[in-house]
Design a binder for this molecule. Structure first.
Ligand SMILES: [Ca+2]
Ligand SMILES: [Ca+2]
Length: 379
C-alpha cells in the first residue's frame, strides 16, 4: 500500500510540479547571484593552433625543461631539444642501442628538476638483451652538446611489440616514477614479483626508497595494463591508461594501491569484478571511456594564460585524434567536465607539455612528417 493512497493523485502531481518549478527558479536565481557577487567573470581566451616544427618521426615524449627548451624523444632513438621560439631541433643523442618494434623503442624521458645545475636526463627504452626484447631506464648527463655517462637505473623490464608503458616523471622531492605495461602477459600486472603492469618509484640513483609501500620493491602501485600518461597536478599523481576494447581510464595513483587489471576493467561494475574489488580494495578510475579513444600523454594546467584551462588535465588521444581538457574540481579528486580543445586535422596525438608561460605543446604520432603543435592565445 502506497503512503499516499488516501490522497488525490492528480492534486499531488500538480503540487509537485508547481513545487519543482518554484524550487528550480530559486536555485537558478541563487546561482546567478553567487556568480555575480563572488566570482567576477573571467572570459575564455580565443586560442590559436600552429605548427612549431615538423618532419619528425613518432615524437613520444615532450618535457618542458627548466632551461626553457622543449626536450623530445623520438621512438626510433633520437633525443633532441627544440627552441620554443624558432622551432629549431637540436639533436643531442641518437641511441643506436634502441630497438624499435611495433609500439616499442625510445619512449619516456624526464629531466632532473634542477636541470640547470644537475643536467641529468632519464630515458626509458627497449633494446635486445642477449637477443631478448627488454626495457630499461637509463640516466645520462647532458654536457651541453650530447648525452654522456649512461648508468642503468632499472633493467629486465619485460618488453613486447605492444604494452611497454613507459612514461617517466620526477616529483619535486626527487623521486622517479615509471609506468610499465603488462607486455601482453596479463597476469604480470597482479604479480608482485614482476615490475611489469606497475607504477614504479625509485630514487634518482636507481635505489629503492625506504618509504616505498612494499619494502625492498620498486612497486608503487599495481594492476595497470599500459599507462602512457603520468603527471602531478597540485601534488596529486594522475595517470592515463589504455584499456582493451573497453575502458580507457584516468586514475589518481595512490601509494600501494591496486588498480585492478586484468581482473577489473574500468569501474567495479560487473559481478565478477565486485568480489575482486572488495578483496583487493581496487581503486576505480575517475573516468573511463568505452569505446576506447586511446588515451596517451597528459599534463596539468595551473597557469592563468589561457584562463579556461586552469586546474585541468590536458590529455592527448591517439585513436580519437583529439586533445581533451578534463576540468578538475578544486580538490583535484574528480573530473567536473570534459571539453575538446581540438579534434582532427593533425591525426594521432601522443604527448603534451605545458610551458611555465602557459603555452601548450602537443606531438602528433602518425609515423611520417610528425609535428609539434603550439597552442597560444589569439592576439
Ligand atoms: Ca583500472
Ligand atoms: Ca568494469
Amino acid at each position: 500500500m502506497s503512503y499516499y493512497s488516501d490522497t488525490n493523485p492528480t492534486a499531488m502531481r500538480s503540487f509537485f510540479i508547481i513545487f519543482t518549478v518554484f524550487a528550480s527558479f530559486l536555485i537558478l536565481a541563487s546561482c546567478k547571484n553567487t556568480k555575480n557577487q563572488d566570482r567576477p567573470p573571467v572570459s575564455d581566451a580565443e586560442i590559436d593552433i600552429n605548427v612549431l616544427t615538423e618532419n619528425l618521426s613518432h615524437p613520444w615524449e615532450l618535457v618542458y625543461g627548466s632551461d626553457n627548451k622543449i626536450w623530445m624523444t623520438e621512438r626510433g632513438g633520437k633525443v633532441s631539444w627544440i627552441d620554443p621560439v624558432t622551432g629549431s631541433v637540436n639533436l643531442v643523442a641518437n641511441l643506436t642501442e634502441v630497438v624499435s618494434r611495433g609500439e616499442g623503442g625510445l619512449l619516456g624521458m624526464a629531466l632532473h628538476p634542477d636541470f640547470v645545475n644537475t643536467p641529468e636526463v632519464f630515458l626509458a627504452y627497449n633494446y635486445l638483451k642477449g637477443g631478448v626484447y627488454t626495457e630499461k631506464v637509463v640516466k645520462y648527463r647532458y654536457n651541453g652538446t650530447s648525452l654522456i655517462n649512461p648508468s642503468i637505473l632499472i633493467d629486465n623490464i619485460e618488453a613486447n611489440t605492444f604494452h611497454n608503458g613507459c612514461r617517466l616523471l620526477i616529483s619535486n622531492d626527487n623521486k622517479l616514477f615509471i609506468s610499465t605495461g603488462d607486455a601482453g602477459d596479463k597476469p604480470l600486472a597482479q604479480n608482485m614479483n614482476s615490475v611489469n603492469g606497475k607504477i614504479l618509484r625509485l630514487n634518482l640513483d636507481g635505489s629503492i626508497p625506504a618509504d616505498n609501500p612494499f619494502p625492498g620493491s620498486p612497486v608503487w602501485s599495481l594492476g595497470h595494463r599500459n599507462a602512457q600518461g603520468l603527471v602531478f597536478g597540485n601534488n596529486v599523481l594522475y595517470s592515463s591508461e589504455h584499456g582493451p576494447n573497453a575502458d580507457d581510464e584516468i586514475n589518481i595513483i595512490s601509494k600501494g594501491k591496486n588498480y585492478g587489471w586484468p581482473n577489473v576493467e574500468g569501474f567495479c561494475n560487473e559481478n565478477a569484478e565486485k568480489d575482486f574489488c572488495q578483496a583487493n580494495q581496487v581503486v576505480e578510475p575517475l573516468k573511463s571511456w568505452t569505446p576506447t579513444i586511446a588515451v596517451s600523454g597528459i599534463d596539468f594546467y595551473t597557469q592563468d594564460y589561457i584562463p579556461q584551462f586552469k586546474n585541468s588535465v590536458l590529455m592527448t588521444t591517439l585513436k580519437d585524434n583529439t586533445l581533451y581538457q578534463l576540468k578538475m574540481n578544486a580538490a583535484g579528486s574528480s573530473v567536473e567536465s570534459m571539453t575538446e580543445i581540438f579534434r582532427g586535422t593533425y591525426g594521432r596525438l601522443r604527448d603534451v607539455c605545458i610551458a611555465p608561460d602557459g603555452k601548450v605543446y602537443v606531438s602528433t604520432s602518425n609515423g611520417s612528417n610528425d609535428k609539434i603543435l603550439v597552442i597560444s592565445k589569439k592576439n
